[in-house]
Design a protein around this ligand. Structure first.
Ligand code: NAD
Ligand code: DAU
Length: 352
């Protein structure tokens, strides 16, 4: 038995693969294009492990995907592969359209063609799990209830629009062709192997490097944070027991304004790795110009997943953020390796 994971060298994908193989002997075929966000170093613990088969390639390469499906006959495809960073989608949306829409479409087509040829039992048990985001729902006012699965889609960035398009395609393959799909819409993740372009790892990285900690706008935008292994356990649960054609919100019940997250990180670093001059890392906080179209608030109502499938997050924000800061302090080599020339070009373009 095997599963096909796409984007399994990225932040959430690599955590998922490591987590999966820590509790199952079922082989993972890991298809990843190794863009700037994909890093095989995340999976170095699996070197020589026959249960992990890495293939460098594009989800939009129909010949390659069809060959992998024929060869390995996975019982499920879990699609993490995407361009995932909102700010990059604002500077250059094209790759987001290419991978998140066209790539997802081609992956669905490969899956449909292969699934159509399966024998009855294999056909019945097959799953296509699409990993999506809460950003497709748009933004909330401070006093609005959290997003449920029935909230209208109102994406506000090229990134969220491209994810919304892929969610719609996935839905349509269920209703039109009967492809056995399930979709998860998750809130902001954090944890090990998070690329330092995103808020939490960027702030840890900049703090230790003595650089400014950039807060967009007034810093009062709210995100709902989930520790990455909780997202992995939710995906496993939905894969196991989710109803076909359904969508499931995944969230941590951890709404925090950005400025509070950054102050927490500063205080934790003050405790675990104090600045040489004895001052607080809070002194490095710098307010910068806002992100265009910046969504004010995300909040996930994850009660459906809890009620129907019995899933709950294991970590609180307090336990998860401490683990995360400790991981970054212990893994500075990883950070140094990913903050290469390409990374520095990005920082220059974004924060000039
Ligand atoms: P990431 O950017 O860290 O990783 C994406 C991975 O996909 C990389 O390894 C990259 O090499 C690979 N990839 C990109 N284009 C590809 C292609 N055409 N073919 C094959 N591989 C390709 O992203 P992430 O943060 O790990 O997010 C994973 C998924 O989860 C995405 O679909 C994202 O939309 C979704 N998601 C992310 C979050 C979050 O907070 N990070 C929250 C909810 C949902
Ligand atoms: O909600 C789920 C989404 O969370 C995922 O779908 C995306 O893939 C993921 O990147 C994330 O999107 P965000 O835009 O919320 O994450 P990011 O870490 O980029 O930003 C978090 C918040 O912090 C957001 O309000 C913007 C703000 N921010 C971000 C950066 C990088 C800053 O204030 N300063 C910064 O330098």
């Amino acid at each position: 038995m095997s599963i096909l994971v796409t984007g399994g060298a990225g932040f959430i994908g690599s955590n998922f693969v490591l987590d999966w193989l820590a509790q199952s002997d079922e082989t993972v075929i890991n298809l990843d294009l190794l863009t700037y966000a994909g890093n095989l170093q995340n999976l170095s613990d699996l070197e020589g492990d026959a249960r992990h088969v890495f293939v460098k390639g594009d989800i939009g390469d129909t010949d390659l995907v069809s060959r992998l499906l024929e060869e390995h006959r996975p019982r499920a495809i879990i699609n993490f592969a995407a361009e995932s960073h909102v700010d990059r989608s604002i500077l250059g949306p094209e790759e987001f359209i290419q991978t998140n829409i066209l790539g997802a479409f081609r992956l669905l087509e490969s899956a449909r063609a292969w699934w159509g040829k399966l024998e009855r039992d294999e056909r019945k048990n097959f799953r296509f799990l699409h990993v999506s985001t809460d950003e497709v729902y748009g933004t909330l006012e401070v006093d609005e209830p959290a997003f449920t699965e029935n909230h209208p889609y109102q994406p506000n960035s090229p990134y969220s629009a491209s994810k919304a398009a892929s969610d719609h395609l996935v839905r349509s393959y269920f209703h039109t062709y009967g492809l056995p799909v399930v979709t998860t819409n998750c809130s902001n993740n954090y944890g090990p192997y998070h690329f330092p372009e995103k808020l939490i790892p960027l702030v840890i990285h900049n703090a230790l490097a003595g650089k400014a900690l950039p807060i967009y706008g007034d810093g009062q935008q709210v995100r709902d944070w989930l520790y990455v292994t909780d997202h992995c356990s939710a995906i496993r649960r939905v894969l196991e027991a989710g109803s076909l054609g359904e969508t499931y919100n995944v969230g941590g019940w951890n709404e925090k304004p950005n400025i509070e997250v950054v102050r927490t990180l500063c205080d934790m670093l003050d405790e675990l790795q104090p600045r040489e001059d004895g001052a607080s890392y809070r002194e490095q906080i710098t307010f910068v110009k806002d992100r265009p179209g910046h969504d004010r608030r995300y909040a996930i109502d994850a009660r459906k997943l809890e009620r129907e499938l019995g899933w709950k997050p294991a970590e609180t924000f307090e336990t998860g953020i401490r683990k995360t800061v400790a991981w970054y302090l212990a893994n500075q080599d990883w950070v140094n390796n990913v903050t290469s020339g390409q990374y520095r070009d990005w920082v220059e373009a974004q924060y000039q």
